[in-house]
Design a protein around this ligand. Structure first.
Ligand code: ADP
Ligand code: MG
Length: 681
């Protein structure tokens, strides 16, 4: 068995020195195993080279011939178009490349090559950016091996030929066998005798079908490792004893009786789950998922009440100062009368206020401490910490929350609130280590939300509606993608709009400006003014996106709406429709709105349901982009694609439940996901 070969650095392969290793590093390839997981993005299929004369437009094909003629043209916008006319005796094919100067030296009249791509028709048969294989390469270059030729993702400093050679050497080094990570039956049922066979088929398949089967097998393996990893995180956490809180039915009944409203059925179910979780001696790990406005806060409030009522401490983390302040206002109102000491600690807290809080906290006195993740950066001593509530999880990341809990014994309960409506399959990838409560029901008595997509000429109508609602004593948000005007992007910035509004009829009831780069104290002041009605209009960038709860707000106008993602738009729109009155959301699509963006806006018009929109978003953009790539917290899989492989995710979870990973699999988990904490952030 070639045990450990996969973990070897690429420099251990013949022909790889430090500089090549550095180039590979830029592709995320550091070990022999990484190289094997660097799967081809496509193949040059040379099993069936077609005669150019027999081709029809609209199908993918491989052709082989000699370059008859090369020409360069400068297209509009300064792009260089390179045309090579390929001839095979039965016909001619125009191969077109944009900005491909690097090809210029190799494409000359008389060059022999293979081209694979989609056949188009533009004044004759053509292919845009085909994959090429030069058949008369420099002396010593590899002979054409025929069959399916892999085409790899590359970076500057490495060619397809070199990459192919490296992968082949990596495969050779593993030929004596690789440890099986999945149960053996999985490889067999996928039609592979061994794990090595699957890797070989993924890189050097006999057919496109075989390549896809191999890729799916490796994707299943990767998802199995990830699911096993999440189970391990969970098991590690539950191995440490927790704290049983006083949270039983009596405590819950009393809490509910003091609420200003009757909880919805979904809230009641979540409360019941918490009531039972918190009373057990093992730490709760629960995700509370619910669309914007579904009423997650009171559920969290119950947990905080149980902690304080048990003589212990709780901490609530919010993603922004504005939200932390809002939580402090809401929870003081709710929990103050129940005797809970609610404190707010943010960057804006005065030096002496901070010292007081830190001192009281360190005595272990029962309290609810609310703050932003700044609390995490300079850890606060909370010796009586029995509960950590994290709002809007995806802005935090697994790493940050686990850091807060690391080494604590007994282990505090963990409640994560997320308004990110993710399809079930993705929830498993995100939160496989947590129990889930879903609030899938809105509090009663909400007004309807009307959404309209309009062009620039619809701005008038939107402003008329805004003035009408202001006159009725209601409030409005106006959202811009930019803080300040940059050249040529007139009308898209909050500052200019703010100045105009102040001077116009909407200025009468007071206008506030809120943007991300303001000092926190100012942001809080502006949000507070709006919440209290001292200003009737809040002009902002997307900082209002999360969590602001102002039931009197009934109009939202979003400029440059095409620049926002679907989830972001949904979060934005969630700021209105929180009271009993009807609301209006105008999405203004500028002239530069592309087709994809227009589809997103139409989806907003068609649905108010966060889950439905998340599904649409996934279709339109793919998971990597779901909530803005960096913020998503989605694990970065190397083989699996959550769009096309979601069925495998479920299967992987079932396998992980019934099959303990072996020693090799555990080593792989550590290597592939062990640093995930950092990447999740
Ligand atoms: P989110 O889930 O977006 O955090 P919040 O917890 O901020 O939602 O609740 C949104 C609004 O709905 C708040 O003003 C809250 O007081 C109100 N609310 C929550 N639950 C109920 C209920 N069962 N009945 C009526 N209003 C409710
Ligand atoms: Mg909230």
């Amino acid at each position: 068995m070639a045990m450990g070969i996969l973990a070897k650095e690429v420099v251990s392969l013949p022909g790889v020195g430090p500089s090549r290793a550095a180039v590979l590093g830029r592709l995320g390839v550091r070990t022999v195993g990484d190289l094997l997981l660097h799967l081809p993005r496509t193949f040059l299929d040379r099993r069936s080279v077609r005669a150019i004369g027999s081709l029809e437009p609209g199908i993918p094909a491989t052709v082989s011939g000699e370059v008859a003629h090369v020409a360069e043209r400068r297209a509009r916008g300064g792009r260089i178009l390179l045309h090579a006319l390929l001839s095979d005796g039965t016909g001619q094919m125009d191969l077109v490349f944009f900005n491909a100067g690097f090809l210029r030296a190799r494409l000359y009249a008389g060059a022999r090559l293979l081209a694979t791509g989609r056949v188009d028709f533009f004044r004759g048969l053509s292919m845009a950016h085909p994959e090429l294989l030069f058949l008369d390469g420099p002396p010593g270059s590899a002979p054409d091996p025929g069959g399916m030729l892999p085409v790899y993702p590359l970076t500057a400093g490495i060619s397809q030929g070199v990459m192919r050679g490296l992968v082949r050497r990596a495969l050779d080094a593993c030929r004596s066998g690789l440890p099986q990570l999945l149960p053996v039956s999985e490889a067999l049922s996928a039609g592979f005798g061994s794990r090595f066979d699957a890797f070989a088929a993924a890189h050097l398949p006999g057919s496109p079908e075989e390549a896809e089967k191999a890729r799916r097998f490796l994707a299943l393996e990767e998802l199995f490792l990830h699911q096993s990893y999440l189970r391990q995180v969970r098991a590690g956490a539950s191995a440490i004893p927790g704290m049983a809180l006083e949270s039983g039915p009596g405590v819950l009944r009393e809490f509910v009786s003091m609420l200003p409203f009757v909880p919805t059925g979904a809230q009641s179910a979540a409360l019941a789950a918490l009531s039972s979780d918190l009373g057990r001696g093992t730490a709760m790990r629960r995700l509370l998922q619910g669309d914007v406005g579904s009423g997650k806060t009171v559920v969290a409030a119950f947990a905080c009440r149980a902690a304080a009522g048990s003589g212990l401490q709780a901490a609530l983390l919010a993603p922004t100062e504005v939200l932390a302040s809002q939580h402090e206002r809401t929870l003081s109102r709710l929990l103050g009368p129940m005797g809970v000491d609610v404190r707010l600690l943010t960057a804006g807290t005065s030096r002496s206020g901070r010292a007081d809080i830190l001192r009281d906290a360190s005595t272990g006195a029962p309290m609810l401490l609310i703050g932003t993740h700044a609390i995490l950066e300079k850890p606060v001593s909370l010796p009586g910490l029995s509960l950590l509530v994290v709002d809007e999880q995806h802005k935090f990341g697994v790493g940050q929350r686990e850091k807060m809990l690391e080494g604590l014994d007994p282990r505090p309960h963990l409640l994560i609130m997320s308004a990110t409506p993710i399809p079930r399959t993705l929830a498993m990838a995100f939160y496989g280590d947590l129990d889930v409560s879903v609030i899938d029901e809105m509090p009663p008595g909400r007004g309807a939300v009307h959404t309209r997509v309009v062009g620039e000429d619809g701005r008038r109508e939107a402003m008329d509606r805004l003035l009408e609602r202001l006159a009725a004593g209601e409030r409005a948000y106006i959202v811009y993608p930019l803080r300040e005007a940059t050249e040529g992007q007139d009308l898209l910035d909050a500052t200019t709009a703010y100045e105009r509004l102040m001077a116009g009829p909407a200025g009468a009831g007071g206008v506030g400006l809120l943007h991300g780069t303001m000092p926190a104290s100012e942001k809080n002041a502006r949000a507070g003014d709006f919440a209290a009605g001292r200003t009737a209009v809040l002009v902002s960038t997307t900082v209002v996106e999360v969590g602001l709860d102002v039931p009197e707000a009934t109009v939202m106008i979003v400029s440059g709406a095409g620049r926002f993602g679907l989830s972001q738009l949904h979060q934005l729109r969630g700021r209105i429709g929180r009271g009993g009155r009807d609301s209006w959301c105008f999405l203004i699509a500028g002239r530069d709105t592309g087709e994809k963006a227009m589809e997103r806006l139409r989806a907003m018009e068609a649905s108010n349901d966060g889950f439905e929109l998340a599904r649409r978003d996934l279709e339109l953009r793919g998971p990597g982009d779901l909530f803005g790539t960096r913020q998503s917290g989605l694990p970065e899989f190397r083989v699996a694609d959550l769009m096309t492989d979601s069925d495998l995710l479920e299967r992987a979870s079932v396998i992980a439940a019934g099959h303990r990973p072996g020693e090799e699999a555990r080593a792989e988990m550590k290597q592939r996901f062990g640093d995930e904490r950092g990447r999740h952030a």
